[in-house]
Design a protein around this ligand. Sequence first.
Ligand SMILES: Cc1cc2nc3c(=O)[nH]c(=O)nc-3n(C[C@H](O)[C@H](O)[C@H](O)COP(=O)(O)OP(=O)(O)OC[C@H]3O[C@@H](n4cnc5c(N)ncnc54)[C@H](O)[C@@H]3O)c2cc1C
Length: 303
Amino acid sequence: MKKVTLELLTLARRLGTPSAVWTGAGYSPQAQARLAEYGAEKIYLADSAEVADYVVAPKAELLAHLVAEKSPVAVLVAATAEAKEIAGRLAIKTDSGVLTDVVGIEDGLVADQSIFGGGVNVRSRVTKGIPIIAVRPNATPVEASTGAGTEEQVSFTVSDAAKSARIVERVKEDKGARPELTEAAIVVSGGRGVGSAENFSIIEELADSLGAAVGASRAATDAGWYPHQFQVGQTGKTVSPQLYIAAGISGAIQHRAGMQTAKTILAINKDPEAPIFELADFGVVGDLHQIVPQLTQEVGKRK
Ligand SMILES: Cc1cc2nc3c(=O)[nH]c(=O)nc-3n(C[C@H](O)[C@H](O)[C@H](O)COP(=O)(O)OP(=O)(O)OC[C@H]3O[C@@H](n4cnc5c(N)ncnc54)[C@H](O)[C@@H]3O)c2cc1C
């Protein structure tokens, strides 16, 4: 189960009685226990192949069915590419408003939203239908609070129209030992200042010493120094870790868009005028090739 599911349950508890919806294979007593541990009073189970084996459309139909039957206060989903598409479809089906990239929900279902590539923060409220809110992973500190975890099998029929795109194969991404970029509590990113693909090993070593994920600026991914799936920014991944370390990254607006909601930002840059320092909580002016290995060593000493 992804951490964001537990974050959504934590948020949902503030809004009403939280229920979880399980789609797809893999449901187990452990999954039930974990959902209950984080407050799920009800667990709606829709683990049939009909839902699991097709891309987003059946999941939107499933949620629309549940919304009609249960009239929830709100529907929370993760602000991932897949779930945002589900949210959009669900909004159409239920004639409701949808908010995406939400980083917090206040009383009265007022959502804090990070928009225009993270450049502007706004507070918004859905005024029509059942609010559908896509919340960014890592934006909510997880808190356990036991719920009943009562299971309820959902019986509904997926329409033929929703079955037009079938999943024919699933390939497990080779993630190695590092945490997933968008879910990691710490992200260490390298930019053009890293200088080469080989030099990214110092970024990886620092990340591994901290149990962190590795990210990269577009300059670094475009240069072929690091794979594109690790690009952070407007046209890459959006991350909100507890700690973001930017090494050799200037802090262009498009990069900021993907990382400025990080709780603490540490920048390492040889140029004291680099824009990243405007954003950073801590800054080190100097050559990353010296500083990053020293930092890795210091972290190692404290373990
Ligand atoms: C439509 C669009 C979308 C974009 N999307 C993204 C995106 O998703 N993500 C993204 O990152 N960018 C994106 N960009 C690109 C963005 O504008 C910047 O060009 C890019 O972020 C720059 O990457 P950088 O900071 O690594 O490189 P640079 O801007 O070249 O900065 C390198 C920095 O490293 C420092 N440096 C150099 N050597 C050292 C050293 N030895 N030690 C310490 N510091 C050193 C320099 O002082 C400099 O500040 C996008 C651009 C456009 C137009």
